[in-house]
Unconditional design. Structure first.
Length: 405
């Protein structure tokens, strides 16, 4: 306990440095090429120097090639302390989503501003807060005289599926038997939730082909928007009622969700009946269901609507992620995380499942145990995203305690 108190003092005394490191990181955008960004190269360069400046010098690059990104690669950084066997990995992601509608931002999303204990900027909470916390937690452990066996992984491409991020790292056999994984990329406002399970996710694209015509002569065409709208309303109701199982581990949404989301533009003028329509459905499905069975259900219903409406409705998979088996509450990483939260925070954590997807799913699919934990206000992807500075420091305290225990 005495050792923990000293460690926590060290973490707390680095608050100013944490704030300035996070601010500097935010000013270097790291948006993937699929979202019209250059990728994570510049941010990775900054983080490598930040690690070195803080005495963490065993740094390995595991960059995935990507012609569309700056320098033709998507950087993945692995910083190692100690000799391992096993290692505790902390995986956070460098990339962010774009700022979105700038008019909704009260500050410059790429020029961090601290106000009332909150640090505003794109990527501040998702996932900058945890990334910086893990780095300073590692430094605190070193300063306290302990060299923990840990690996800090700063990965790319999390926002668009992780293929060039943690999936690439995993494919290079970087994980060893017995390694444990903390993914600080989701959590509750009080830091009392440890995520051990995720839902399947299925993003489907629905294309409808009718016949374009003049709006005054609907009899000469097939209105794709009407056909698509009929299908949209039916399929949403159908999926919610057909796949309605409840699993209380998943909190706060204990059931599967099926939501129409993006709508692509169709005609530019009011007096044309659109001949095509395209929209997307974002589904988050309890792991007990078979995702392919759901997909084939949606396709057969699309065929029925094709016959009824005369417009051809087709369904394809835009992105699909199958949920790996959950991490046990009794696994070493679950127990260690819970103990550190109790020890440092004095609160009783609970184990939950979530609908969002994190790097933990990929780690779990490789047969490893991973816990997802952090303290956050849920500002990911929102305008005026912020990180609560106290949360960043408090999470670094818990991580540091895990590192030395
Ligand atoms: Zn994230």
């Amino acid at each position: 306990m005495e050792a923990d108190r000293k460690l926590i003092e060290i973490v707390r005394s680095s608050e100013k440095e944490m704030v300035s490191s996070l601010s500097e990181m935010i000013s270097i955008p790291a948006i993937g090429p699929e979202s019209s960004g250059e990728g994570e190269y510049d941010r990775a360069e900054f983080l490598v120097s930040l690690l070195r400046e803080n005495g963490i010098t065993s740094i390995e690059s595991c960059d995935a090639p990507d012609k569309k990104a700056k320098k033709g690669r998507r950087p993945n950084i692995i910083a190692t302390l100690g000799s391992g066997k096993p290692f505790l990995w902390v995986i956070s992601h460098m990339d962010t989503v774009p700022a979105g509608d700038r008019s909704l931002w009260k500050t410059d999303p790429f020029n961090a501003l601290v106000k009332n204990g909150k640090l505003y900027g794109r990527g501040s909470e998702d996932n900058g807060q945890s990334l910086i916390a893990s780095l300073y937690a590692a430094r605190a452990a070193l300063q306290s005289g302990t060299t923990p066996s840990i690996k800090l992984a700063f990965v790319s491409d999390e926002e668009l599926g992780s293929e060039k991020g943690i999936t690439y790292v995993a494919s290079k056999n970087k994980f060893a038997r017995g390694d444990e994984f903390l993914v600080p990329d989701a959590g509750s406002r009080t830091g009392d939730q440890i995520e051990i399970a995720e839902k399947h996710s299925l993003w489907a694209r629905i294309r409808t082909e009718g016949v374009q015509t003049h709006a005054s002569m609907p009899n000469t065409g097939v209105n794709a928007k009407v056909a698509a709208s009929r299908f949209l309303v039916f399929i949403r109701d159908y999926l919610y009622s057909r796949y309605s199982a409840v699993d209380s581990l998943f909190n706060p949404v204990p059931y599967s969700t099926f939501e129409p989301t993006r709508q692509m533009a169709n005609v530019d003028n009011v007096n044309t009946i659109p001949g095509t329509d395209e929209f997307y459905i974002d589904s988050r499905i309890l792991p007990s269901y078979n995702i392919n069975k759901i997909l084939s259900d949606v396709r057969s219903i699309a065929e029925v609507f094709t016959r009824q409406t005369g417009a051809k409705i087709s369904v394809d998979v835009f992105r699909k992620s199958v949920a790996a088996g959950p991490t046990s509450k009794d696994s070493l990483i679950s127990v260690k995380t819970a103990e550190a939260i109790r020890r440092v925070r004095g609160i009783e954590p609970m184990f939950v499942g979530i609908g969002g997807g994190t790097c933990a799913n990929i780690v779990r699919s490789k047969g490893f145990q991973a816990a997802v934990w952090s303290t956050e206000d849920g500002m990911a992807h929102q305008p005026n995203e912020y990180s609560v500075v106290k949360n960043m420091v408090a999470d670094a305290e818990v991580m540091a305690s895990m590192f030395v225990s």
